[in-house]
Design a protein around this ligand. Sequence first.
Ligand code: NAD
Length: 367
Amino acid sequence: MEIFKSLEEHDYEQMIFMQDKETGLKAITCIHDTTLGPGLGGTRYWTYENEEDAIEDVLRLARGMTYKNAASGLPIGGAKTVILKDPKNQVSKEAMFRAFGRFVEGLNGRYITAADVGTTEVEMDYIYQETNYVAGTGLKPGTSGNPSPSTAHGVYVGMKAAAKKAFGSDSLQGKSILVEGVGKVGYLLAEAAIKEGAKVYATDIFERPKERARELGCEIVEAESMFDIKIDIYAPCALGASINDESLKKIEKAGIKVIAGAANNQLAETRHGDKLDEMGIVYAPDYILNAGGVIQVADEFNGGYNAERARKSVNRIYDQIEKVFKIAERDGIPTYKAADILAEERITAVRNTKSIFARDSKSILNR
Ligand code: NAD
């Protein structure tokens, strides 16, 4: 693999390979872009087939964070870490994550980490023993805790903005909404929609979440027949790629006018986003809609978490989604492309201000 070629392709700033024999740590942090602020992105602890897969994953995820953070209006850049898990090698997690924390400290604030797939508050607590550049630890004063309620609230307000575009009003009252996956986010989204007077259908692959959703007031539907009913809004809140060749045919039949959900990477391929546009379906791009969690986490760095201030920031997802729709109209493009443009335009505009000299610790004036 030609790493520099890959870095050049999407203008990545930095890639850091970290190794510690004692603890078995093998980690890669990728900092994609810090124009808007320090790179923030979670640490994924995962078993990869080979090193190339890990490199590809961290490149893709770091760039994704740049777009998500920029399009959400946050003063932070994009980065990500993968720690290569070796199932055969039993390691002391505490020692390994502390070793990683020391490397993060060495980056001196260019990178802030948080939990991701395979890591939780426990690992963040280990990292926090070595560095302050970590969010979502239970030990830090002013920590923000579980991000799912903020994510769900962001999806809810973004869904309302999308409803306004499709139906002329942002009220969800009387709308039929299908929530696919009633886990941490889907459940809370369903709750908010029911509270507003929507008729919510829910599906899941497990019985327990279905049971909880039924108790909440959702009507449970089976995954195979979930598009057989008449639906106004489809909220994918399970796994990615739920918008694909097969589902698109059913989505049309169900009369769906809006797609707004929490799942990451909802479009199986970008051409499915083009297809939604052709079909006249209002698609609220996933990474803007589900940014509530990262908005909450980023708030910790404003001198400690403030729930009221974070909620205000999450509410802005409504405006960001409206901006996406405006760009889509302006440029005659599908919304998934407009989301990228929203991010890129902001980064470019801010990058230009950096041509103005400002004294900092490295300035010649301080020597
Ligand atoms: P979760 O694991 O708590 O919930 C997902 C639910 O989907 C589970 O109940 C699971 O049983 C169900 N499910 C899985 N496959 C399914 C299928 N094929 N059909 C129907 N149901 C299925 O996860 P979550 O934290 O609620 O996250 C939901 C989605 O939102 C994920 O894609 C996640 O990456 C994304 N997301 C979550 C957050 C967050 O703060 N939790 C932030 C950003 C993005």
